[in-house]
Design a protein. Structure first.
Length: 132
């Protein structure tokens, strides 16, 4: 079962309260609430905040998961670059949109966004190494 869509994004905000406002607008565009899992300054570009989010998906079949995720993603940005991995019967897919490659976001403040969908339990995002 595909329970959630995992999202990771870079937002142009000054504080967590600003990120929460942007995320609320993203939820309004999506028609589903986002759950904020983490917020921190993006180590590579400190004027951006890095957020990790989830939104509900709750579907059983891979084709329905792909279709519903892509409908959700297009409400927030376009175009998306999408990849898919099949390992046995397991489907994992993700998409990325970035202003640096001409993506248009419907919500001001979003600079970069990645979604990831995996069958079964949501997998935690791997931690990114930060310079010392």
């Amino acid at each position: 079962m595909f329970e959630v869509i995992n999202w990771r994004g870079h937002l142009r905000v000054n504080k967590q309260a600003g990120a929460e406002r942007v995320i609320a607008r993203m939820g309004a565009a999506l028609g589903e609430p986002f759950t904020l899992l983490s917020y921190q300054r993006y180590w590579k570009l400190p004027d951006l905040a890095e957020v990790r989010l989830t939104s509900p998906l709750g579907v059983q079949e891979p084709p329905e998961a792909v279709f519903r995720t892509m409908l959700a993603a297009q409400r927030i940005a376009s175009p998306w670059s999408v990849t898919c991995h099949m390992v046995g019967d397991r489907l994992d897919f993700e998409g990325i949109a970035a202003k640096t490659v001409s993506a248009h976001f419907t919500v001001p403040g979003v600079e970069w966004l990645l979604f990831s969908v995996t069958a079964g339990e949501p997998t935690p995002w791997p931690e990114q190494e930060q310079p010392a």
